[in-house]
Design a protein around this ligand. Structure first.
Ligand code: GUN
Length: 288
């Protein structure tokens, strides 16, 4: 029988710790961690994500601000706003919800966010720190995956972890985080030849490609640990992952559900990063 890796349960425990730590930080320093989220346009999925982030912030005692900008907002206007927020000492975390409208260059916007406030961990400097083993704000979804595996005592050392999907947000940073845990890592993508042969060799299979029910039971090794990062909405309105849950769950030893697996962990890691950013900014202001 597959054991479910319950992201809601693990998140609620980590969020309780964050809440406690936040209370102590506020008491000690008189500073309330503050996450500011910018959303451009009104994509319904993005609006839901932003609403969930705000709710999660408030539940652990953070201040949360959402700036909603119209879809026709110019790149220059967004850059000016970020520059102001970089200078604003009352803001500790800045998150620009992606995707942005096509006329705005996402890479340019990410680079504008102060490294110290980049709670997504997307800035090229943070990426460099991650790969170099330096202290950094780690990208939320990949660190949520690792936390979930650790909570369930899943051995990573020496085991073969196969990632499917090479995005900047999930696949690529996961390589580093898994290497940090001494796993042997393979990354696959749309041009990979004989994908099944690689997925079947995985002790830990992590799928982040955004294709509903793509991974079938015959692509998975018996007793593998399967982490499904995908969240896809079918025409029926139902949310499903990248893994065909019903059939793969007959083979996997551990598996994440969708929803309720990796999704809640991503927001939890965002909370952790925001608290870290607030603490780091506070201590660097003391050392100036
Ligand atoms: N859009 C979907 N996921 C994310 C995320 O983790 N961060 C940002 N900024 N935008 C997203």
């Amino acid at each position: 029988m597959t054991k479910l890796m319950d992201g809601k349960l693990v998140s609620s425990q980590i969020r309780a710790e964050i809440s406690q730590e936040t209370e102590e930080f506020i008491k000690e320093m008189g500073i309330t961690p503050h996450l500011l989220v910018i959303i451009v346009g009104n994509d319904p999925a993005s609006m839901t994500y932003v609403k969930n982030k705000k709710k999660a912030c408030e539940a652990v005692g953070f201040k949360s601000t959402v700036i909603e900008l119209p879809v026709e907002t110019t790149e220059n206007h967004l850059i000016e706003l970020i520059q102001q927020l970089n200078e604003d000492n009352s803001v500790h975390g800045i998150l620009v919800q992606l995707p942005l409208p096509k006329h705005i260059n996402e890479e340019k916007i990410i680079e504008m966010i102060s490294v110290k406030k980049d709670v997504d961990g997307f800035h090229p400097y943070q990426v460099g720190c991650l790969v170099s083993g330096m202290d950094c704000l780690k990208p939320c979804t990949p660190s949520g995956v690792i936390e979930l595996l650790k909570y369930y005592d899943i051995e990573l050392k020496g085991r073969h972890a196969v990632i499917i999907g090479r995005s900047h947000i999930v696949g690529k940073p996961l390589i580093q985080l898994l290497l940090d845990e001494n796993a042997t890592v393979t990354i696959c993508h749309s041009q990979t030849k004989d994908l099944s042969q690689l997925t079947k060799s995985a002790d830990i299979l992590i799928v982040a490609i955004g294709k509903p029910n793509f991974i079938k039971a015959d692509m998975v090794k018996d007793q593998a640990v399967v982490v499904d990062v995908g969240i896809n909405r079918l025409e029926t309105g139902r949310l499903v992952g990248d893994v065909a849950f019903d059939e793969v769950s007959t083979k996997a030893s551990y598996m994440t559900p969708v929803p309720g697996g990796v999704g809640p962990m991503t927001i939890t890691m965002l909370l952790r990063n925001t608290l870290k950013a607030a603490k780091d900014l506070q201590s660097s202001s003391l050392s100036i």
